[in-house]
Design a protein around this ligand. Structure first.
Ligand SMILES: [Fe+2]
Length: 382
């Protein structure tokens, strides 16, 4: 398995960084941008309108139709706006769904043809138009990643589109933009980021570069996630989470993910539950599942979580890490079992089949070759 580390995104990370947006666009000669956002965000805090005002005449068109699970149809709708106006770049403002949809639009602009259903890797022949991502949640890490998850309604599957050419050129991490996120969204997004750190750290393709980012971000998330949920206005904790989520994103896009994400993508296609909720519910069960066959695999997780592992063997260290995550998810008031996230036992075979072909499974520390190997894991998580 080849190992590499690639990081093309320039990251600004300070309160008020959003105000630098017009100057940064001008430096890159981006004079006519498509603003991609979601109208729920506009209704909640007016941020998209503020960004549009900041852009001024640089804002050539606005696409605000993104929903929590963006589809290939949303990408097409957004792309259509770029055909009727001169557009030389994209600014996205929102959570991971908005940023993923913006990547899909940028890729379509470059490819000059709609994205192929079913996902694709390294599918562009050159850079997509420049994309500045402004995340309003600390979670997906999409603002620094080369990946976009898009749902194909025709096949009922979430598909991965991966290409370094769709990595945003700039990420603006302004913690002030995240303070109005409600506690539940803060919690689910944060658990997604935590799973990125965990899976990148134990991945078969991990490198010292990705490990440093995964290890550091995991500790920061464990320390700050519940603070952000209890005290949303705590800008220091919000900033720590926002930066950690991007670090986790940079780690996983290079190292890959694992079984938590394979199952979360599969269950998300079946139940439509938020990705972060599924990740949080699956995390402890998946760590235990990996450790049962690969006892050493998850030991770094306990260490990164700040657990004293000096008197513990690898299995006990992993059990301590799993129990700590269980407690965190419970404290955040989110489900810890599959039965509580809309999964029915009769869905297990279909979920297992979908998870088996999910690309994230390739880098999981415990090798899985048959769908039925996943059934006991789902039973234990039920
Ligand atoms: Fe994720």
């Amino acid at each position: 398995m080849s190992k590499m580390f690639h990081f093309p995104t320039r990251v600004m990370m300070h309160v008020g960084a959003i105000r630098a947006l017009p100057a940064e666009l001008d430096v890159r000669g981006m004079r006519h941008v498509l603003l991609v956002t979601d109208r729920n965000l506009a209704a909640a805090n007016d941020l998209p309108n503020k960004v549009a005002a900041l852009l001024g005449p640089r804002c050539a068109a606005v696409y605000d139709g993104v929903v929590s699970e963006p589809t290939l149809d949303h990408v097409q709708e957004g792309h259509r706006l770029t055909r009727n106006a001169v557009v030389d770049g994209i600014v996205s403002v929102g959570g991971g769904s908005v940023i993923d949809c913006a990547k899909g639009i940028a890729a379509t602009m470059r490819a000059k043809t709609s994205l192929k259903p079913g996902g694709a890797s390294f599918f562009l022949e050159g850079p997509a138009p420049s994309h500045f991502a402004i995340p309003t949640t600390a979670g997906s890490g999409s603002e620094v990643s080369a990946a976009a998850m898009l749902f194909d309604p025709a096949s009922g599957r979430k598909s991965l589109y991966f290409d370094p050419y769709i990595t945003p050129r700039m990420a603006i991490l302004d913690a002030e933009l995240t303070v109005s996120m409600p506690p539940k969204l803060t919690a689910t997004a944060g658990l997604d980021a935590l799973c990125h750190s965990v899976e990148a750290l134990v991945s078969k393709s991990a490198t010292p570069f990705s490990n440093a980012l995964a290890h550091e971000s995991m500790g920061v998330i464990i320390e700050n996630l519940s603070v952000c949920c209890e005290d949303g206005g705590n800008v220091k904790a919000r900033e720590a989470m926002l930066i950690a989520a991007s670090m986790a994103g940079a780690a996983f896009v290079n190292a890959g993910l694992g079984i938590i994400h394979s199952l979360a993508h599969a269950i998300g296609a079946v139940t439509n539950m938020p990705h972060g909720t599924l990740c949080g519910a699956l995390l402890p069960h998946c760590v235990r599942f990996n450790v049962a066959r690969e006892p050493e695999s998850c030991a770094p997780v306990a260490h990164a979580m700040g657990i004293d592992t000096s008197h513990l063997g690898p299995r006990m260290a992993c059990e301590a890490a799993s129990a700590a995550v269980d407690r965190l998810v419970e404290k955040l008031g989110l489900p810890t079992k599959l039965r509580d996230v809309g999964v029915k036992r009769e869905d297990f075979p279909r979920i297992a089949e979908l998870a088996l072909v999910d690309p994230c499974l390739k880098t999981n520390p415990r090798a899985i070759t048959r769908a039925d190997e996943l059934l006991p894991l789902m039973e234990s998580a039920y």
